[in-house]
Design a protein around this ligand. Structure first.
Ligand code: ZN
Length: 150
């Protein structure tokens, strides 16, 4: 099995068995994001507990890339400190903007390195980043009281 096949397996596994899926309470920030070019949609909630991401819950529809990416994101940010979660968001965004030139650091990105090959396809990059964008937006709303219903 070569690396591409291995990565396909990782993505397929997250797609078939999404980690942390479903909307839960409590939460302080919620975000709904749509990727019209593919038809992907996600509603994501963030529960911040002190300086830690207490929970990330989500409900999504769409392609295998967008759904698998949300599952991988859950694993990377749930239970992490807010600073670490934002660092992983930045690192994954950088990987997705690498146009196939970066491999990603498995130490910090774990299963998310499986999306390295996706960065070659601009249309798919939007799919892979959708969940992360929802997380970023929900986190901003969580730290800005009163914006949750916006
Ligand atoms: Zn998609």
């Amino acid at each position: 099995m070569n690396l591409d096949e291995l990565y396909q397996e990782v993505i397929l596994d997250h797609y078939k068995h999404p980690r942390g899926a479903g909307l839960r309470e409590p939460y302080e920030g919620e975000s709904h994001q749509v990727n019209p070019t593919c038809g992907d949609e996600i509603t994501l909630r963030v529960h911040v507990d002190g300086d830690t991401i207490g929970d990330v819950s989500y409900d999504n529809v769409g392609c295998s890339i967008s759904k698998a990416s949300a599952s991988v994101m859950y694993e990377l940010v749930n239970g992490a400190t807010v600073d670490d979660a934002l660092a992983r968001l930045a690192e994954f965004t950088e990987l997705m903007n690498s146009k196939g030139q970066a491999e990603g650091d498995e130490e910090t990105l774990e299963d998310a390195v499986a999306f390295a090959g996706v960065s070659k396809y601009p249309m798919r990059v939007k799919c892979a980043l959708l969940g992360w964008m929802a997380f970023k937006d929900a986190l901003v709303r969580a730290s800005t009281p009163g914006r949750t219903e916006a």
